[in-house]
Design a protein around this ligand. Structure first.
Ligand code: CTP
Length: 443
């Protein structure tokens, strides 16, 4: 078996190399109840492929959390979490490292979380998803860099081939279906024929995944730099429809993802959600939400495509006031508007969107609610209306200074208070229209 000693030293950051040496010495000393410690999984795969490995995972035989506590003490770190699966996380000046107990996994039913039993290193590699992820490198002082790849991971890496270790792998853990396309595209791999056949056959098992696990996997996918290509591949393999028949990827959604993906700066995950769900109807949006059960921000964005369609034709009006544009966009999440800026028609709608995103959405009145309260405006609906009127007057250029705002308050307050006293039915201009601006009703 090849030795990866020099790759370990050259590809891993120096602080992680030191940490691995410390782990190896601790295991060799026998002081932490184990004599074997390995770097495993994705970091080994990346080392073999000549890529920069990310978060290192260490596996020890015996008791991972016990080893993690001893290692944390040795390197001046702390164990921040211990899981029911015999894993622990160390945060240390050398960086973060995951430590796991070598284990076998059995699945009581397809897609269930696994039952685990501490076991040998060979068993631990046997339970993994793909051959290239089922490799380990010893960090013991006497065996530093020795590669353990009993499932032909090394030759699969050389052939850029993604291969499951046994026929029921996708059934045991259907998240592997999504992981497969993620790795294929990220690493420039192709699935082995048997693996691709098993994936296609086992697509219905995606239905058995909990919403939480499915959503977590989808989030990982959306964070990949090549997300659009991964989704294209997933669509071609029928994975998207198997997640939810209501979900589909569109070329305009993917193009927009590629556009955002190449922009500078950190991109909000929600922008990619907006791209992915840009063609959904209201009904489809509800079906996708029911399947994924995402948080409220995701839900709003998923519903946003249909909400945008409701106002799209109004956005073609030539003479919309800024306050009217802001009102039209009030219930549409910004990521959905950002998507439309990139993917929507280049008509007047686009001009209104640009104006909204560049200027209008940030415009506020100078006078605050607290200031109005200090001047005797009672909290409640009148205060809310007054603030909205001030903002709209600012947006439409009817006031441009604090003095003009206060003047507007002086004119409008008695009207609003009078209306309130009359049960809200007194006449007046409300928040103002083009023909009868706010304040026009004040004598
Ligand atoms: N693993 C698995 N089946 C899964 C998830 C993970 O067998 N459903 C194993 C693989 O051996 C994987 C390791 O656990 O390499 C660590 O998982 P994870 O951190 O998700 O993946 P990495 O391989 O580190 O890949 P990535 O580069 O995407 O972080």
């Amino acid at each position: 078996m090849p030795k990866l000693a020099s790759l370990l030293e050259s590809k891993l950051p120096a602080n992680i190399v030191e940490l691995l040496h410390a782990a190896g010495e601790l295991a060799a000393s026998g002081d932490a109840g184990t004599s074997e410690a390995y770097l495993v999984g994705g970091s080994v795969r990346d080392l073999v492929l000549g890529r920069e490995p990310k978060d290192p995972d260490i596996v020890v035989t015996g008791n991972g959390p016990r080893f993690a506590r001893a290692l944390a003490e040795k390197i001046g770190g702390t164990v921040t979490s211990v899981s029911q699966f015999g894993t622990a996380i160390i945060d240390s000046p050398h960086g973060r490292v995951d430590v796991a107990t070598a284990r076998t996994e059995t699945y009581s039913s397809p897609a269930a979380l696994p039952d685990i039993t501490p076991s040998t290193m060979d068993d631990d590699l046997q339970r993994r998803d793909f051959s290239v992820n089922a490799m380990a490198v010893s960090v013991l002082p006497g065996a530093w860099g020795d590669l353990l790849a009993p499932h032909r991971g090394f030759s699969d890496a050389a052939r850029r081939r993604l291969r499951i270790l046994h026929d029921a792998s996708f059934q045991d853990d259907p998240t592997r279906i999504l992981r497969a396309v993620r790795y294929e595209v990220r690493l420039g791999f192709s699935m082995a024929v048997d693996t691709a056949e098993a994936l296609e056959r086992d697509l219905p098992y995606l239905d058995r995944l909990s919403s939480a696990r499915l959503l977590a996997e989808l989030k990982k996918l959306l964070m990949e730099p090549k997300r659009a290509d991964i989704l294209r591949r997933a669509e071609a393999l029928g994975i998207i429809g198997a997640i939810s028949p209501a979900l589909r990827v569109t070329e305009s959604g993917l193009k927009a993802m590629e556009h955002f993906g190449t922009s500078a700066g950190e991109i909000d995950e929600l922008l990619y959600v907006a791209c992915l769900t840009s063609s959904l109807t209201g009904e489809e949006a509800e079906a996708v939400i029911a399947r994924l059960q995402p948080d409220r921000d995701w839900q709003a964005v998923i519903r946003g495509a249909a909400a945008f369609r409701d106002v799209a034709s109004l956005l073609e009006s030539p003479d919309l006031l800024p306050s009217e544009i802001v009102e039209l966009f009030a219930r549409i999440p910004v990521p959905v508007i950002e998507f439309q800026r990139v993917a929507g028609p280049k008509t007047r709608q686009r001009e209104h969107i640009e104006a909204f995103l560049r200027r209008h959405r940030d415009i506020r009145a100078e006078t605050t609610g607290d200031e109005l309260k200090a001047q005797g405006v009672p909290s409640g609906p009148v205060l809310g209306k007054l603030l909205l009127e001030l903002k709209n007057a600012r947006l439409d250029g009817r006031v441009s200074s604090r003095e003009e705002e206060l003047d507007l308050v002086r004119r409008r307050l008695p009207v609003l208070l009078g209306r309130e006293a009359n049960g809200g039915h007194a006449g007046g201009a409300g928040q103002g229209t083009r023909d009868q601006p706010a304040g026009a009703a004040v004598p």
